[in-house]
Design a protein around this ligand. Structure first.
Ligand code: ZN
Ligand code: MN
Length: 468
């Protein structure tokens, strides 16, 4: 039996300022140690002031993950001595005297299984250490405190995962959820960092830290599962320890550093008062929350008749579901969902490519309208879309330039079909015997018209001529 639990650090990247001071929450691409103040570097006499917006965002996340929010929240000092932590303690939350962290006892459904959320805590990110070479062999370590004090939530799950694949699915669901909720941009480097703990056959638990991507989390857990099982098979006890994922060798390695095993001596943070969270505040936050991915998906299926699988893919991608919302009307919704999921998502699948996407909602809507009104074929639609992405020209301009208007004129279509009949005598006589082979002839006609013929009309004419 395999038990896996996760601790996920998720930065609240949508906030303006840090958790306890007014320095920028977005520390990225700034000059080293320029985004700091006496509070976030912990100078004596400085006092933290809690960012109200951070509490609100974290509360929304708690609600979205089905957690209970306590009547009051409080903060603790987690003491450890490490150069990335200027105060020598991290301000975090800790359920020492009953639940006072921003969320607890939640649940997230994934593929017919429920992953329980033990706790969500609001805390500050430490600074960053920069090594010359590898961290083990480095002669020089530099420290950048720009990140120190950045608001994040740590999400702790129960050990409910039975295999590494479930972990990967859960992490993708969680990333989509935080993005949809508008609390974090999970695809920013370092915005979501995952530690996993794993045990087999009720043996000792091993923690895996420092894993770079969701894919590597899955790989690391898989490696660890196999390693532990092979120890158990040889009657060797698994050592309870922290291991790191070695990305180059694709294995986990024991980390000998002592600082991971110490006692954190949690103390109540006396510089931040206990904060009451009123029920009506929670209700008003709940009302401000955007439609959930699950509700969105249901709406796509029920209101527009979008197929389940398409609705699933579309609703979980914030960028594309936003584009869908802006572009669609009552009649073309299904076609737009189809264009987005079959053509666009493959074309622009990364954050950068999405940001560069040259497509207005108007152009997308016009394209879908033309397809459903048979002004162009679906095939030509793909060409128009590519042209739109390249040139951002309007739909009518592109269709006129490329001469892609569909062949609505039946007599010229019939002429072409007659030509094909002459060229493909054998196929024609075969189709008379076996009407299932008629698609071959349709394909020939489509090729001859460069995809401009409407496949349904073509099929109809061919059938009539063959009398099948
Ligand atoms: Zn600061
Ligand atoms: Mn933490």
């Amino acid at each position: 039996m395999i038990k896996i639990g996760l601790e996920i650090h998720c930065q609240l990247t949508k906030l303006e300022s840090k958790l306890f001071c007014s320095c920028k929450a977005n520390y990225r691409n700034l000059e080293t140690n320029s985004n700091i103040c006496p509070v976030c570097v912990g100078l004596p006499g400085s006092l933290p002031l809690l960012n109200k917006k951070a509490v609100e965002k974290a509360s929304m996340l708690s609600l979205a993950l089905g957690c209970k929010i306590p009547e009051h929240i409080s903060f603790f000092r987690k003491n450890y001595f490490y150069p990335d932590l200027p105060k020598n303690f991290q301000i975090t939350q800790y359920n020492a005297y009953g639940p006072t962290s921003i969320g607890s006892d939640g649940a997230v459904p994934i593929e017919g299984k429920t992953i329980r959320i033990r706790r969500i805590q609001l805390e500050e990110d430490p600074g960053r250490l920069l090594y010359e070479g590898s961290s083990e062999k480095t002669q020089i370590t530099l420290v950048d405190y720009n990140r120190a004090g950045t608001p994040l939530v740590e999400i702790v799950t129960e050990p409910d995962f039975e295999n590494p694949r479930q972990v990967r699915i859960f992490l993708n669901v969680l990333a989509d959820l935080v993005e949809n909720l508008g609390v974090s941009d999970p695809y920013l480097e370092g915005a979501m960092r995952v530690d996993g703990n794993i045990s087999v056959q009720n043996g000792n638990r091993v923690e895996i830290k420092n894993v770079g991507s969701f894919r590597d989390v899955e790989k690391a857990l898989h490696f660890e599962m196999t390693r532990q099982q092979s120890l158990v098979d040889r009657n060797i006890q698994v050592i309870a320890e922290t291991r790191h994922w070695d990305d180059a060798r694709k294995i986990t390695v024991s980390s000998r550093s002592k600082e991971e095993e110490q006692d954190y001596r949690y103390l109540p943070e006396a510089d931040i008062p206990i904060i009451l969270i009123k029920q009506d505040k929670i209700e008003s936050l709940r009302k401000q929350m955007p439609e959930s991915i699950v509700d969105k998906k249901e709406r796509y299926i029920k209101k527009y008749g979008i197929p389940q699988q398409v609705a699933d893919v579309l609703s979980s991608d914030k960028f594309y579901s936003d584009l869908f919302e802006k572009a669609h009307n009552e009649s073309n919704a299904k076609e737009i969902a189809n264009i987005i999921t079959t053509d666009l998502m493959g074309f622009a699948d990364t954050r950068e490519k999405k940001m560069d996407l040259n497509l207005t909602d108007r152009n997308l809507s016009d394209l879908a309208d033309a397809i459903i009104h048979n002004k162009i074929t679906r095939n030509s639609g793909k060409i128009v879309l590519q042209e739109m992405l390249k040139t951002s020209k309007s739909f009518s301009e592109i269709v006129a330039n490329l001469d892609l208007g569909s062949m609505s004129d039946t007599s010229s279509l019939e002429k072409i079909i007659d030509e094909v009949f002459k060229e493909e005598e054998k196929a024609v006589s075969e189709a008379k015997q076996n009407p299932d082979t008629v698609n071959y002839i349709v394909g020939k006609v489509m090729r001859k018209t460069k995809g401009k013929a409407n496949p349904n009309t073509t099929l109809e004419i061919i059938r009539k001529k063959l009398s099948v």
